[in-house]
Design a protein around this ligand. Structure first.
Ligand SMILES: [Zn+2]
Ligand SMILES: [Zn+2]
Length: 196
């Protein structure tokens, strides 16, 4: 029987590096840890890339008053990862002008979970009974494997863990991961992901 003591890891603590699909060849690529500049290195085509491009989905949002007549203007548009301005047309006075947009980057793109640096699809993800299972990297996958494999789960009780208790990643997992009936099928799928 396996026991699992929650190490109190928040998801943020795990989002330091990633395994993703290469933007050039779709093969397995590493996004290095923050301390190493988060450089992307592909294991297949050897493409490397420093952060700058955003491949995921994002929304540009402008909320301003028209520069001519002060009419409030608002507009949302999908962001293509380059221009940070949106053209705004004022229906009241007819003025057209570009305004600086706020950019919101989305975690998912075309139904897949992406990394936070490049917005590329995570390598370790799979659909499970209509839900999406994913991990940032193999260590994250291993934590999930241990958690799911454990028949008895207990919260870490050292002071360090108590502090982080409310943000603990494991306490926020979606229900399909913690459901006992999914346990064996999930573990089988995780074993397959480890071989990717
Ligand atoms: Zn590649
Ligand atoms: Zn106007």
């Amino acid at each position: 029987m396996e026991r699992y003591s929650d190490p109190g890891l928040a998801l943020f603590d795990l989002a330091t590096h990633y395994v993703v699909a290469c933007p050039k060849c779709a093969g397995k690529a590493w996004v290095k840890p923050r301390g190493e500049g988060q450089k992307l290195v592909c294991t297949i085509c050897f493409h490397t890339e420093i952060p700058g491009n955003w491949y995921g989905s994002a929304t540009a949002y402008v909320s301003v008053k028209c520069r001519e007549c002060h009419e409030p203007l608002q507009r949302n548009a999908p962001w293509n990862g380059q221009w940070k301005k949106l053209a705004m047309h004022c229906p009241q006075c007819g003025d057209t002008c570009e305004y600086e947009a706020h950019i919101t980057r989305h975690a998912r793109h075309e139904g897949l979970m992406t990394d936070a640096v490049y917005g590329l699809p995570l390598w370790l993800q799979a659909e499970f009974r209509g839900e999406l299972f994913w991990a940032f990297h193999y260590e994250h996958l291993e934590i999930l494997r241990q958690y799911i494999a454990a028949k008895h789960r207990e919260r870490g009780i050292t002071p360090r863990n108590t502090l982080k208790k409310n943000s603990a990643m494991l306490s926020r997992l979606p229900a399909f991961i913690t459901r006992a009936g999914n346990r064996d099928a999930l573990l089988k799928m995780i074993q397959e992901l480890f071989l990717k």
